[in-house]
Design a protein around this ligand. Structure first.
Ligand code: SF4
Length: 370
């Protein structure tokens, strides 16, 4: 079953009411809530799950007699800052009364499970608790949409997260959904992230003010995909999951009619651009190198020597920074190309491109190569 609800009164109350309407009953005595907080963004921005949704779920779980509640996420870098800047640390402390813990899943105990690619280590909490996946309505550079199925990548060890990209990304996400199945899925559609003109990175879609709750990954993601104006059939990991037998795109729908709220989200392009600096990625580029562009900018601004070089060689002249495993290297007139990240090593060597190693590479090393 899937329910779509418009925000009414407070976000916390809306969630509580939606879960009551679908008569959601936890099956375990302990709950693990997995939001989407991949990087240090402020609450209310369209890049992370709004923590007031988590607060509503905590209230509901408490009312159902759940005493131990854990909020867990595995950001790829800077997790302490991520939890503080996003307000999650404060929310969990305030809401908890001592029994809500916020944890970095990279430090959680893990167990091996089998999946299509051999063995995979998953936090034991996912397997032994009521597992609640709370994703954000967002576009993604490679998968077009990033919803609850993609949110599960945050359960993985860093090395497995990177490996999934190298295994082809779309099929592994579907395969993960066939072995890790939440008891409850919620998609935060209060606002959302869409692309913009070519080369621009995520822009906010404001005032959607919806929440979607479902009991199965695939139909819940399919509903959210349609809400964004995309066809699930055209989203590779959803289609593969359907064809693998993970489930169907349809489920019983209650609450608001999806058609009435359908929008036209703009997808992201395969590069980002600041002045003459083009930053490119492929399906193989994981969050480590995707987040590097922001790090380069931040590091450049932190030191006058870097600022000067960054402006002179990175912004005033055309510079293409390549990540992942691009099939074609196209040189435009007068441009310079740098390959960054170990995934690019062989391609850089084959084409004689200056290269910065690391997995992910350090921003300061990229600035020095510029
Ligand atoms: S080199 Fe970059 S894209 Fe490749 S696995 Fe490492 S961090 Fe990810």
């Amino acid at each position: 079953m899937i329910i779509i609800r418009k925000l009414k009164d407070t976000i916390e109350d809306t969630i509580y009411t939606a879960l009551s309407e679908i008569k959601y009953q936890p099956q375990h005595e302990r709950a693990l809530i997995k939001p989407c907080i991949p990087s240090p963004c402020q609450n209310g921005t369209p890049y992370i799950t709004n923590h007031r949704i988590i607060a509503g779920v905590i209230d509901y779980l408490r009312h159902q007699g759940i005493k131990e509640i854990i909020v867990g996420e595995g950001p790829l870098r800077d997790y302490e800052r991520t939890f503080v800047v996003s307000g999650y640390e404060k929310m969990c402390r305030g809401r908890g009364g001592g029994n809500v813990r916020l944890i970095n899943l990279h430090h959680a105990e893990r167990r091996c499970i089998s999946w299509d690619y051999g063995e995979l280590q998953i936090p034991s909490l996912v397997l032994d608790s009521e597992y609640i996946n709370i994703a954000k309505l967002k576009v993604h550079t490679s998968t077009t949409v990033t919803l609850s199925m993609k949110n599960q990548m945050g359960l993985l060890r860093k090395e497995d997260n990177k490996k999934i990209h190298l295994l082809g990304l779309h099929r592994p996400i579907a395969a993960l959904a066939s072995v890790v199945k939440p008891n409850l899925i919620i998609i935060d559609a209060i606002n959302g992230e869409q692309g913009g003109p070519p080369g621009k990175h995520g822009q906010e879609v404001q005032g959607i003010n919806l929440v979607i709750c479902g009991s199965h990954l695939l139909p819940t993601d399919a509903a959210a995909t349609r809400l964004m104006g995309f066809e699930p059939e055209n989203i590779r990991h959803l289609k593969i999951a359907r064809d693998m037998g993970v489930g169907g795109f349809e489920d019983e729908m209650i609450g608001l009619p999806l058609d009435k709220y359908q929008m036209n989200f703009i997808p992201l392009t395969d590069h980002r651009r600041i002045a003459n600096l083009y930053y490119h990625w492929t399906d193989e580029t994981c969050s480590g190198c995707l987040g590097l562009m922001a790090e380069i900018r931040k590091t450049a601004l932190s030191h006058p020597w870097h600022i000067g070089r960054f402006i002179r060689y990175g912004l005033l002249q055309r510079l293409d920074i390549m990540t992942g495993k691009p099939e074609i290297i196209k040189k435009t007139h007068g441009s310079r190309i740098i390959g960054v990240g170990d995934c690019m090593r062989d391609i850089a060597s084959k084409h004689g491109i200056p290269f910065v190693s690391g997995c992910p590479p350090r921003a300061v090393d990229v600035l020095e190569k510029i």
